[in-house]
Each structure stands twice: as C-alpha cells, then as structure tokens.
Ligand binder design. Structure first.
Ligand code: ADP
Length: 833
C-alpha cells in the first residue's frame, strides 16, 4: 500500500510541475527561485527576519567565507500582540519593520547595504526570489489586504517607512526551505527538507527544466511541494479510516489538507482520541469508566502521545494521561492505548516516508543517476528526541526508494540560519552570474555584429572577384572551371580520391539509370606524413590507390579520375590546380606553388603506376554542391562545416575577373575560412580565439575558420573553461591539470553536451574522463559555455551564407531567390542544433 501511496505522490508531483495541469494540482510544487545550496564561500553581513506563530525573530549573521565554520550570529525575539494576526496587513508589516529598526538600533550596525532574508511560512506564488504573492493565509493568520499581494514589496515599503533605506529585502522563503538550507551548512549540501509540525510540507532541489511554472531552464531550483494537500482530490480515500473521517469533519477545514491530517502533530492526538472512543463504545477499553470526556476535542495532546509511545516510561505515562482525564484504566487498557498511539505515530512516519521516497526517486530519475546520495533536513517535533518516528522514517524510506541513500539530519537551529544562507547564496549567485556574463560577453554577438560580418564578407567577396583587388582580399574567390551543375542524367564509372581533412578516401562511383553506386575505403594518413615531405605524402596516396584497385579488380582498367582536394588552389583548368597554402593541420613540404595533379602523376611514375587519368580536381565544397545538385537542380551553393569550413557558389562569369569570358556562370571556391586574415574581423576575436590561434601551425591564418569549425570549437571551449576555473567560477577553482592539454576537449563533446534534454549523465561522464569532479552547477555552466561557442559558430556561418545568397539574388536581379545549399561536414551533421 505504501508503494501505491508513493506512486500516487509521484503522480501528484508531476501534475504540480507541469504547466498544463498545475492549476488543478493539489500538490502544487511551487517554485522558490532558490537555485543553489551553500558552497561555503559565502561571506558578508546578513539580516534575517522570521515571522513565527506568535513572535518575530530578527537575526544578524556574519559569514566569513570559511566554509561556514564559524558564523557569528546575534538574534532577538519580539512577541507579537495578539490582535496583529487578524488585523490589517499594513499593521503586521509595520510591526515587523519596527522590530528590525529596534534590533538594528541595539547593535549599532554599519550603514552599508544590508541584505535581508525573510522567512514567511505561508504558501506563496514566487516569480523571483524577491517577488512572491501570498496565495492564502493559514495557521491562524488572516490579515486584510495581503492575499494576492507581493510580500517582499509590502515588507520593503514598511522598512522604508522606518527610514532603513540601506536594508534591502533580497529573498523570501518559507520555513521548509529555511530548514533545508539550515541543514546545508556542514560542507555537504542538503537538498531535501521535511517539516512535520503543526502542519507538514517538504521541499527539494528539482531540475529547473522540469519546474515548468518557472522560466528558468537550466540548473536546479528548490520546489516547495505543498504536500499537505495531497489527497484533497480523493486519491487517499482508500487509506482513510473512520477515525480520520471524524478528525476531518471536526476540523476547521473539512475535506482539505488530507495528507497533513494523517501526519502532522496537530491531528495525531485527535486520531488517537477517536480510536479510543470507538473501542470504548465496543467495550474493548475502559470498562466501567465514564468515557464522555473522550468526546471533547483536543483532550489528548501530541506531547502525551509521544511520551506514551516511549517504551520505558510509556506505560506509566499512559496511566497518568488517562487518569488525568478521569478514566480508570486497567493494565491492559494502558497497554492497548500505547499500542494505538504507536500505530498512529508509525502510520504518520510511514506516510511521510512514502512521500519522501517519491521525492527521492523523482530526483534520482531526473538527474539520470543510478544511485542518489542525498542529505535530508528534518524539522519535526515528532522526530526530535523521539527515535521511533525517525527510525521508521529512515527504514521505510530505504525500503520504498532502495536506489537512494538518504541521510536524515535533524534541524536544530530553526529556519533563521537557513534564511541567512539563502540570502547569502543568492548574493553569491548574482555575483557569479555577473562574472560569468563578463567572461562570455565577447562571444555573444548581436544582430548588428552579424550584419556587420555579413557586410564585410560581401565586401571581401567583391575584392576577391576583382582582377586587381584580388591580392588584397582575405577571401580568395578562386575560379573552379566548373561551369554547370548536373541535370541528373549523367552516367559512367569513375575513380575518386578525397583528400583534405580527417580521412583520405578512395572511391569507385558508378552513376547509372538506376541510381548511384559507390564503394569506398578510408585510409588513415598519419600526422608524420601530413606534416612530412610532399613526396612521401603523394607516394602514400598512390600506394592507397594501388591497394584499392587491387581489392576491386580495377588494375586492368583506366577509369577517369576525379580528385577532391580540399585546400586552397589556384585553378588553371579543370585538371590543373596549384596549391596556394595548406590548412587544417597539413604542412607537407615542397607542395605549395605546385600543381597537385602534377605531384600525383610524378608519384605515380615513381611507383610505376601507369593507369592514372586525372580529369578534374575539385574542392570538397564543389563536390558537395555537385552531388546535391545531382538530386536537386536548385542546389547552387556548397557549404562545408567539418574539420574546416568553406563555401562555393555559382557566380556570373562577367563578375569573375580572373577568367576570360562573359557568358554563363562558374562555380567560385570562396576559401572563406581565411576571411578576416587581413584584420577585418579583429574586433570579433576574443582572447580565447587568440589563444587557440597562437597554438595552431598556421597562426594568424584561417581566422574565420578558427571561429567556426570542428578543429577549433573544442579548443575554444577548453580555454574558456580554464579561464572560469582561474576565476573560481567553475570546479570550485580547483586546478585541472588534464584540461591544460591541447585538444583534450573534443568538438564532438559539444554535440553530446548540447543535445536536447538534460544529458547530464553525458556531461558528467565527459568531465569525469577529464578527471573533473563536476557538481550539477558545474555541468550546467560547462553546457552554457558549449552553447555559447556553438551558437557563435553557427551565427557567423549564417552571416557568411547570408552574404552569398544576397549576392546571388542581386546578380540575377531577383526580388526573391530560391536556392538550395548542399552541406557536408561532421560538425554540421552531428551537432544537435
Ligand atoms: P573533414 O572536414 O575533415 O572532411 P569531417 O566532416 O568528418 O571531416 O569533420 C571532422 C570534424 O568534425 C572533426 O574536426 C571533429 O572535430 C568534428 N566532429 C567529429 N564528431 C563530431 C560530433 N559528434 N559533433 C561535432 N563535431 C564533430
């Protein structure tokens, strides 16, 4: 049955969390906008005001940033005149503000800004940590003109009226949250709290994304479950006993707070009383006594119930309590009363355990953990000093949520200390957020920035196309001698080489009526070869071709060969391409300035391979455009976002300064990776980009590419993470030796980390591999860094592409251009966004 109750609680919690069903939910799961627990670095002077049942407590806390080892605390209690609780709202807040003034006057406080945390133990609808409307009064309070109003504002106005302008209400929380934070001080965070007193409630750190009523989407947020109302829709009717029904009917709010009426101390004595009444009526108890006294509400106090269940003194206490009521209990009566009290308290403990187990299982699941280890703060008169409640709570929780290991921590200091922590944490987070934003700000581009990049790209394109201006352009706009796109009828059998990135491939492609057939093999080229001599590189390529031809029985045939060579080349014809510079980590000597077809032929001769007929050298962008064009005739742009980035498009012949002829179009290999090499993008580059650039083999070159492509994004992220660690904003500032290693943070990690959903497990696993112990907050920050870097890359790429399509549209004198872009590259294909 307890498993069933746990299941129902989970359902009720989901209902409260979901935006769609929140309005009808009994368990309201109210967001608190408390997004972190203390980490011990908090420091400063804080003021706390706690509104309690019959008094106001003010507190001065000084934190030293020493792990909260030795906080200095002063407090004062002001009892509240009885009429205030039902009087005017204004009078209540004026009274509280006067308490604050008197308290501060007594300790000659400094006049610097004093942040105040307010413990307000009622259900509130928060929209910020310092903005919360009272939903409804309870606990005997019913001040006018407060429900529906912002409590922070009411208190701040009252404080201002006292001319305490330096006191700033920065946080409002209820007592449950206060308890959680109070228990969080021992260096280990406490992420769940349970209050069982005259009322009952719980709170826990939920994944913010799942708290749909709040706008936050990353990190955690403490949710106040408001579980006292669990069962108000009838979900608990099958466990309610006739005694519970009697208690409910006699209460001031029949039908409401059904769960609270099963577990909280206000009702347990009453439940016992109704059981005794029923048993006496059946003559099972108190034979010969006048039991009329048991009809009086409230004659059995919770304190008595708790003393009766105490094994040693319990029997005597039962006798004392019953005799005080004028009953004459037998030994057996006392024994049975003790059993009844135990049953009622045990049931309360097991029901609390079912609720707690629901919270723990929810947390474990939403954090994608196999096992959750967590501290639970408990504030309860049933728990303190009475081991039975605690023992049952602990053992039944373990039984119902075996995947979780909860350590129950009794809250001793009340909630005021916790409120100080909430306030301090809020200030720490605000300061950290400010610092993180400062670090990331240079990477966040505005629309105007992007429009400027677009305009600059356009300008560089024009320079690159012009015969005379070409030398000054960073975008080289190389003619490809490819003058048309396919129409889909092309046929034949071809050999293809693909060199220019991570892999070298040899392919056999057959284009026939029934489609395109391909066979290919990847050959790894070690860095010793890509960065060795040209002769060795091209010899290796010929060896790979020979191997491929052997494997595919092609040694007797001479097939036309297409060579995808993805480095900047000055093309002198379709089959003649002079290498202008290496990029993407290649640096083989003796190649720049040479015709790569010639280099290939020479290597073939050295290897005595005679059947090589190179028909075309193309760049991979061109290859991409042409292969997409085979299926879609509107494809007139090719884009690569892989190891590097580049684009090509169909330009009007009359605009191509380097090639004679005015008719038709020619594909232009933009070589846009080098955009910015002339300094035109300097103000976009951040310190992180400069650090990445300095450590490359082509420093100062391919500047646009270094903002966008797979070879660099991981490195940019790595440098940002190092800066955040240095500023103590990440991994608690602990040094991370592995993160110092170049290339250790791979671009594919960005894809894994940014995947839709929380993907926290991936983030943690990746960081763990780097020997980084990431807290949840660390994971969220790492994710934000990755997102910022990826977003900038995609936006810059888009700005470049916008320049291209605008030029094509203008070239053709169109109001609107419909064009397809063929895109290739693992970064483009694999990155989730
Ligand atoms: P190339 O451009 O060299 O032909 P690719 O298109 O395969 O090769 O791109 C390889 C690049 O893609 C690598 O630099 C790597 O950083 C990046 N990459 C590999 N896997 C992923 C991934 N899952 N998400 C994003 N980028 C990736």
């Amino acid at each position: 049955m307890l498993q069933v109750v746990k299941g129902r609680m989970l359902q009720a919690m989901h209902k409260g969390l979901s935006r769609q069903t929140h309005a009808q939910a009994n368990v309201r799961m109210l967001p608190t906008y408390i997004c972190s627990t203390p980490d011990g670095t908090e420091k400063g002077d804080l003021l706390v005001v706690e509104l309690c049942q019959s008094h106001v407590r003010t507190m001065w806390v000084t934190l030293l940033g020493d792990g909260n080892q030795s906080p200095q605390v002063m407090y004062k209690i002001f009892s509240m005149p009885g009429d205030i609780m039902q009087g005017k709202g204004e009078a209540l807040f004026d009274f509280i503000a006067q308490c604050v003034r008197q308290f501060l006057a007594g300790i000659s406080s400094p006049q610097h800004r004093l942040p105040l945390g307010f413990v307000f133990p009622f259900s509130c609808r928060h929209t910020r940590l310092d903005k919360a409307e009272l939903i409804s009064w309870s606990k005997g309070f019913s001040c006018s003109d407060v429900e529906g109003k912002d409590i922070v504002q009411l208190l701040q106005s009252a404080i201002n009226k006292q001319e305490l302008y330096h006191v700033d209400v920065v946080a409002l929380m209820n007592d449950t949250v206060g308890t959680m934070m109070t228990c969080s001080m021992a260096g280990k965070p406490c992420e769940v709290a349970l209050v069982v007193g005259t009322g009952t409630n719980s709170c826990f750190m939920a994944m913010a994304q799942q708290v749909e009523m709040a706008e936050e989407t990353s990190g955690q947020m403490c949710v106040s479950t408001e579980w006292g109302c669990f069962g108000d829709d009838g979900t608990l009717s099958d466990i309610l006993t006739p005694y519970d029904q009697c208690v409910d009917e006699e209460s001031s709010n029949p039908g409401e707070k059904r769960f609270e009426k099963l577990v909280s101390s206000l009702y347990l004595g009453e439940i016992v009383r109704h059981v005794l009444t029923a048993l006496a009526a059946e003559k099972a108890l108190f034979i010969g006594s006048n039991v009329a006294v048991l009809r009086t509400k409230g004659v059995l106090k919770i304190q008595q119930v708790l003393e009766i269940i105490d094994n040693e003194e319990g029997m005597a206490e039962a006798r004392r309590a019953l005799e005080a009521l004028g009953l004459r209990p037998s030994e057996r009566d006392c024994c049975r009363v003790q059993q009844i009290c135990q049953a009622v308290v045990s049931r309360a403990a097991t029901l609390c355990a079912a609720g707690l187990a629901a919270i723990l299982s929810h947390m474990c699941q939403s954090q994608e953990l196999k096992r959750l280890v967590v501290n639970v703060g408990v504030d309860s008169e049933l728990y303190r000093g009475h081991t039975r409640f605690g023992e049952i709570l602990q053992s039944v929780t373990e039984l119902l949520a075996p995947e979780c290991m909860a350590t129950l921590l009794p809250s001793i200091d009340g909630t005021g200390w916790g409120a100080a922590m909430v306030t301090a944490v809020a200030l720490r987070l605000a300061a950290q957020r400010h610092e993180v934003d400062q670090v990331l700000a240079p990477l966040r581009l505005s629309r105007a920035d992007l429009q400027r990049v677009q305009a600059l790209m356009r300008q560089e394109m024009e320079l690159g196309l012009g015969w005379e201006s070409n030398a000054n352009a960073s975008v080289r706009m190389l003619p490809t001698y490819v003058c048309g796109t396919p129409n889909g009828t092309e046929q034949g059998e071809f050999l293809v080489l693909d060199l220019g990135g991570t892999n070298f491939r040899v392919l056999l492609v057959r284009m026939a009526k029934d489609g395109v057939h391909m066979a290919s093999k990847i050959y790894v080229i070690p860095t010793t070869i890509t960065q060795g001599t040209g002769e060795v590189l091209f010899d290796h390529i010929i060896e790979c071709i020979m191997d491929f031809q052997l494997k595919h029985n092609l040694t007797e045939q001479v097939l036309p060969l297409g060579f995808t060579f993805s480095f900047p080349c000055q093309q002198l014809g379709l089959d003649k391409a002079v290498l202008l510079s290496w990029t993407k980590g290649f640096s083989a000597s003796g190649c720049v300035g040479q015709d790569v077809v010639q280099l290939l032929q020479e290597a073939a001769q050295r290897k005595q391979h005679l059947g090589l007929k190179v028909v075309a050298v193309v760049n991979d962008t061109v290859g991409t455009m042409m292969s997409c064009g085979y299926d879609d005739p509107k494809c007139e742009i090719g884009l690569i976002v892989g190891t590097g980035t580049n684009a090509c498009y169909m330009e009007e012949m009359q605009n191509v300064g380097a090639v004679e002829g005015e008719q038709g179009r020619m594909c232009i290999n933009m070589e846009w990776g080098a955009f910015g090499d002339n300094g035109c993008l300097d103000d976009i580059f951040t310190d992180f980009d400069r650090l990445v650039d300095e450590k490359t083999i082509n420093a100062g070159k391919q500047r646009f590419e270094k903002l966008i492509s797979g070879m660099y994004l991981g490195e940019i992220v790595r440098h940002i993470l190092l800066a955040l660690v240095e500023k103590q904003l990440l991994f608690r500032g602990k040094p991370c030796p592995k993160l110092q290693i170049k290339g250790i943070f791979q671009t594919k990690f960005l894809s894994a980390i940014e995947i839709d959903g929380l993907a926290l497990r991936q983030v943690r696993a990746i960081l763990q591999d780097l020997e980084l112990q990431a807290s949840l907050e660390d994971s969220v920050l790492v994710r934000e860094v990755c997102q910022t870097v990826s977003l900038r890359a995609a936006q810059l790429c888009a700005a470049g592409l916008a320049a291209v399509v605008e030029k094509m549209r203008e070239n053709r004198g169109l109001a609107q251009l419909a064009v397809t872009v063929g895109v290739d590259g693992t970064l483009y294909k694999m990155h989730p966004w």
